[in-house]
Every structure is written in structure tokens, then in C-alpha cells.
Write a protein that binds this ligand. Structure first.
Ligand SMILES: [Zn+2]
Length: 169
């Protein structure tokens, strides 16, 4: 499949050693266009949107920062730990630089854990990019939907509302 010179450049940025040591594509040999199209179709199939997934990731991240690096329980269901690491990372799509922050979310109902970064949130929201197959940091959309309980569509106000300690009491 043909892709634009621009996407070629972004794909180049994703190689190991360019922005991150391991890169963003793992063993994936598809061109970036195909990776984006395939994940877009997958998200569609799951009945949600990149924006909704990213909003959910961001909401759990924001709620988790109250733990100041220690795990805290949110909604009686998630153990969230947010670690701010010194430094910033450039987005391979060349539009921004984001803080290095690691977010770990354990869904205690199903006992499954996901780890993601602020860069993931940005890349999913703005570019619909979940990293290549075989990348250790890839976030399969189906896992995000299952573990983070991403709502089916952009019902932002209710579905992405995180209950705070005050409201719970
Ligand atoms: Zn970007």
C-alpha cells in the first residue's frame, strides 16, 4: 500500500533508537498506513472511537495522580499507579512533546493489568496509533476496551466520569 512521504518520515521516527531505544513498531513489517487503517477498523469493530479510548485512559490517569506514585484504588475496581519520570518524549508524528509519565491500571475484577504512557494517550487520541504488532509497548484496542471498560461510544459525560472519593462516601 502506498503511503505519503510525510508518513514515511513518521515511520522512520518510529525505528529503534530514533525517539525511544526500542522504537514503536516492534517486528511489524507493514507500512504505517496499513497499521493505522487496521487499528482504525478494529476500533470501529469494537464499537468505540480513538477519542473515547483516549479520554478513558486520561480520566484514569488523572484520578491516579492523587496517589503520588503509589497505587490507589479508584471506583472500587481499578488499582492505578501514576509515575512521573523526569524527561519528555517527542511524538513520532512530529506535532508535540509530552511528559514521560507511566500509568499502570489493574482491573481487579478480571485481574488484568495495562501499562501506558502519556505519549500513548496522545498518539491514540490524535493519530489513532497503538504501536506496531510485536512492539512491547503496543496497546491492543481490544485490551484497552476490556481492561479499562471503555464505553461503546463517545458518551463522555456519564461514561467517562470517574467517581471521586467524595462522591463515593
Ligand atoms: Zn502526535
Amino acid at each position: 500500500m502506498k503511503q505519503t512521504p510525510e508518513l514515511d518520515r513518521y515511520q522512520h521516527n518510529m525505528r529503534p533508537g530514533c525517539i525511544t531505544l526500542k522504537g514503536f513498531l516492534g517486528s511489524d513489517r507493514r507500512c504505517l498506513t496499513e497499521i493505522l487503517i487496521d487499528d482504525d477498523a478494529e476500533v470501529n469493530r469494537l464499537g468505540t472511537t480513538h477519542e473515547t479510548i483516549a479520554t478513558r485512559m486520561q480520566a484514569l490517569r488523572d484520578a491516579g495522580t492523587a496517589g503520588l506514585g503509589e497505587p490507589i484504588t479508584i471506583d472500587n475496581k481499578y488499582e492505578v499507579r501514576v509515575d512521573d519520570v523526569r524527561g519528555k518524549l517527542a511524538c513520532p508524528f512530529e506535532d508535540t512533546v509530552v511528559q514521560k509519565t507511566f500509568i499502570q491500571v489493574k482491573n481487579t475484577d478480571i485481574n488484568e493489568t495495562l501499562t501506558y504512557t502519556d505519549l500513548h494517550i496522545h498518539m491514540i487520541k490524535e493519530h489513532g496509533f497503538y504501536e506496531g504488532h510485536g512492539s512491547g509497548f503496543r496497546l491492543p484496542p481490544a485490551d484497552l476496551v476490556k481492561i479499562l471498560d471503555v464505553p461503546p461510544c463517545a458518551g463522555e459525560d456519564t461514561a467517562n466520569h470517574i467517581q471521586t472519593a467524595n462522591e463515593a462516601s
